[in-house]
Design a protein around this ligand. Structure first.
Ligand SMILES: NC(=O)c1ccc[n+]([C@@H]2O[C@H](COP(=O)([O-])OP(=O)(O)OC[C@H]3O[C@@H](n4cnc5c(N)ncnc54)[C@H](O)[C@@H]3O)[C@@H](O)[C@H]2O)c1
Ligand SMILES: Nc1ncnc2c1ncn2[C@@H]1O[C@H](COP(=O)(O)OP(=O)(O)OP(=O)(O)O)[C@@H](O)[C@H]1O
Length: 273
């Protein structure tokens, strides 16, 4: 693919002492039509800004950490290839080092390949929530309270759990919250959905991996204990007894610019610390 228009999104509290972001804007302004989010426009000293939900571009550059990628994915108006430049702490999804970004972009503008990453569609009863790149977490609204729910896969009863909650993750999200909760690390090329109980009050409870095209349903059982569903740490909604959450594959995967095959290096280098 080639990019004739590029959107640039920057983490709100970014620190950029070396001026990587204004340099990128200047360089790209000769090569492509640019859409700058308000943070980027202010750093670059240009008057014109475009909100993320108005960025109809061929390519999106994101200066930030993983949270900035997750947030942008929920706001972008159409599926667009993303290249993340790490201006955050961990940067598992932001694979380009800011020191090399100006060189990397030359190659990318010559043409790039796109990798699809599966997302999760989340429904609360009949109401569609934003698709999850990492996961949906169902968790008690009050700390140190226990929730109770039943999980079904393709109409078959899987198990009932009393627990703090449960994480339903994509393979991409397997290295995030799901990993911390004891779930397996899953290569993102695997077509699967990961179900990880959070502090289950049950000796036999274990994480599950089910096929990526499964229909997973979760039914809340307890009346008096309110819970929440949180999508990618960005979107939150309250859930209550008899609510049913449904998880399926999202029709629109996330698109990332292919940048080496770094998954195992990233796991070793970023999560092994
Ligand atoms: N105990 C935990 O591990 C825990 C708790 C809450 C949220 N999270 C994760 O945080 C994400 C939201 O990110 P945020 O930056 O807005 O919140 P945040 O600032 O609280 O950061 C959470 C951390 O998770 C890392 N992370 C996010 N996605 C990742 C991925 N796919 N692989 C590896 N690491 C990843 C981030 O780099 C960051 O260090 C959620 O989707 C959830 O996965 C993790
Ligand atoms: N323009 C913005 N407006 C509002 N919130 C933003 C904006 N940019 C970033 N954020 C939020 O700020 C938080 C911190 O950003 P981010 O996760 O990118 O950095 P980080 O946590 O240091 O990096 P990492 O996730 O790689 O460890 C995230 O929750 C993100 O959603």
């Amino acid at each position: 693919m080639r990019a004739r228009s590029v959107g640039i999104i920057t983490r709100i509290d970014v620190k950029d002492p070396k001026g990587h972001i204004p340099s990128m804007v200047k360089k790209l302004s000769y090569k492509a039509k640019l859409f700058l989010d308000p943070v980027t426009a202010s750093l670059a000293g240009t008057g014109e800004a475009t909100e993320i939900d108005e960025m109809y571009a061929d390519l999106i550059l994101i200066f930030g950490g993983d949270g900035t990628i997750l947030r942008s994915l929920q706001l972008l108006p159409k599926p667009t290839p993303i290249l993340g430049i790490n201006m955050g702490e961990v940067g598992f999804l932001t694979v380009v080092d800011p020191e090399t970004a100006l060189y990397v972009i030359d190659d990318v503008l010559e043409g790039f390949e796109v990798v699809e990453r599966a997302r999760l569609a989340v429904k609360l009863n009949e109401f569609e929530l934003p698709c999850a790149m990492n996961e949906a977490v169902i968790i008690t609204a009050r700390p140190a309270k226990i929730s109770e729910f039943k999980i079904y896969v393709d109409g078959k009863f899987m198990e009932d759990l009393r627990a703090d909650g449960v994480v339903i993750a994509t393979p991409t999200g397997s290295t995030a919250y799901a990993m911390s909760a004891g779930g397996p690390i899953v290569d993102p090329r695997v077509d699967g959905m990961i179900i990880v109980p959070l502090a289950p009050y049950k000796l036999s409870a274990r994480p599950w991996v089910v096929p990526g095209n499964s229909i997973v349903k979760l039914e809340l059982m307890r009346e008096e204990k309110e819970s929440m569903v949180v999508v990618d740490g960005q979107y939150t909604s309250n859930v209550k007894k008899n609510d049913v959450l449904t998880f399926t594959r999202c029709e629109t995967p996330a698109l990332f610019v292919k940048f080496g095959d770094k998954f195992y290096d990233l796991v070793r280098e970023k999560l092994g610390r």
